[in-house]
Write a protein that binds this ligand. Structure first.
Ligand code: SR1
Ligand code: MG
Length: 424
């Protein structure tokens, strides 16, 4: 049995077996002889250490927060308690949408580490999309996951005292929110120190966007909504790098940005990452046309929205047990039409807000600090810029004109139109 450690120390490949060899949840899963464990550090995200630990009987993942932002270094401190919020979010997501997030085997708050199920042969969805792989289940699975977690974590479903207590708990995840508030909603729209973009190719367009008053006002309105509309427990960072897939299974990881915010935020972030994948496909055609991949991605976007909307409506009709839109006002008086009208209004507002969040997520991945591999792996900078420019224009349109866009097919057609114009 290892001695219980209380002061934080980052794990290393060498120290991990000695330090975690006494944890029963781990040894029961992979084998008792920690000297025989094989440990690899595989974290390629922006914040944490991630180890795969293999023993004779199996494997686990050990994720440990660092007291700073890994992408930047120790000049940017970040609290270890994000691991606590990730653990609590995983527990709630498992209860609300069973079987999607990895099983948690052990949590150590002082060491900011979570031991969890090793997902294999899963790969990160972003990498699969860059490789041109068409996953058959992601639209249905993620539409359901979002509807279930977002509906069931809100005042539409939860007892309001329980939701308020939970809101208070997650309100302390303030530093991670601060990252989103600044990196996503503000920095892309001025010359912030950590920003970068493909330069000089994008310089004129970047200057145009930063001078665009309508865009900046809408970006701040979205930020206002993100900060003030504590509607439900969000995943908070639901991009294609937070999803692991096989052809038969879709799993969601990494909810350390979990926070009470608007339902539309998770949906917008996910769809934005599909639209970015769509625009980036022109940069990945060295081995052949990606026409079919582009059609697939627009199909995934349409099906994700429709799976989300259908499940949200089902939960509205069957699990609306919270204090909002109470049944006593509608169904209990025989007014099912009124309940459907209210559902329509709620979904309509998620729709418009989702588009605003999506547009801003696209901008920050091209103009801000944290870029995504969909574009970054396009080595030829002229080609990369020719993919990023239409994505930026599309992001601007769906943010500023979001109230004039009425269907997902219309938005997909706009993406195709803007891409087509750029390639003429
Ligand atoms: C400094 S952290 C940058 C980004 O990485 C995370 O995955 C989030 O998306 C965050 O915005
Ligand atoms: Mg992450």
């Amino acid at each position: 049995m290892t001695k219980r450690e209380t002061s934080f120390e980052a794990l290393t490949v060498e120290s991990l077996p000695g330090r975690l060899g006494g944890i029963e949840a781990l040894t029961a899963r992979i084998g008792n002889d920690s000297a025989a464990w094989k440990v690899r550090e595989v974290g390629d995200g922006n914040l944490n250490l991630v180890f795969i630990v293999e023993g004779p009987n199996g494997a686990v993942v050990v994720k440990q927060a660092l007291p700073y932002v890994r992408l930047v270094g120790d000049s940017w401190p970040l609290p270890l308690k994000r691991s606590f919020f990730e653990y609590h979010a995983l527990i709630r997501q498992e209860a609300r949408a069973p079987g999607v997030v990895p099983q948690v085997l052990h949590f150590d708050e002082a060491q900011a580490l979570i031991v969890m199920e090793f997902l294999t042969p899963h790969v990160i969805l972003r990498k699969a999309l860059i490789a041109g792989r068409e996953l058959p289940l992601i639209a249905r699975d993620l539409g359901l996951f979002m509807a279930r977690t977002l509906f069931r974590g809100s005042d539409l479903a939860m007892p309001t005292r329980e939701r308020k207590a939970d809101l208070a708990l997650f309100a302390d995840n303030a530093e991670l929110c601060d990252i989103t508030e600044n990196l996503v909603f503000t920095d892309p729209y001025f010359e912030a120190a950590m920003n970068r973009h493909t330069s000089p190719q994008l310089d004129p367009l970047v200057a145009e966007l930063r001078a665009d008053r309508d865009l900046k006002v809408e970006a701040q309105r979205m930020k206002h909504l993100f900060a003030a509309n504590a509607e439900t427990l969000l995943h908070g960072d639901l991009h294609s790098g937070s999803i692991m897939v096989t052809d038969a299974e879709t799993r969601v990881i990494d909810p350390e940005f979990a926070f009470y915010g608007p339902i539309a935020f998770d949906v917008g972030m996910l769809l934005a990452n599909y639209w970015m994948s769509y625009f980036s496909q022109d940069g990945h055609e060295a081995d052949g046309s990606r026409d079919s991949m582009r059609a697939y991605l627009l199909g995934v976007i349409a099906k994700t929205w429709s799976a989300f909307r259908a499940e949200f409506a089902r939960l509205w009709r069957t699990e609306r047990t919270g204090m909002l839109y109470h049944r006593s006002l509608f169904e209990a008086r025989g007014d099912t039409i009124g309940a459907e009208q209210a559902l329509g209004a709620v979904v309509q507002s998620i729709w418009h807000d989702m588009l605003g969040f999506a547009g801003i997520e696209i901008h920050r991945r091209i103009l801000g600090l944290a870029h995504n591999a969909d574009f970054e792996t396009i080595e030829d900078e002229d080609l990369r810029a020719s993919c990023e420019a239409p994505a930026l224009r599309f992001g601007r349109q769906i943010t500023v004109a979001r109230r004039e866009l009425h269907s997902i097919d219309e938005v997909n057609a706009l993406a195709a139109l803007i891409r087509g114009e750029a390639r003429r």
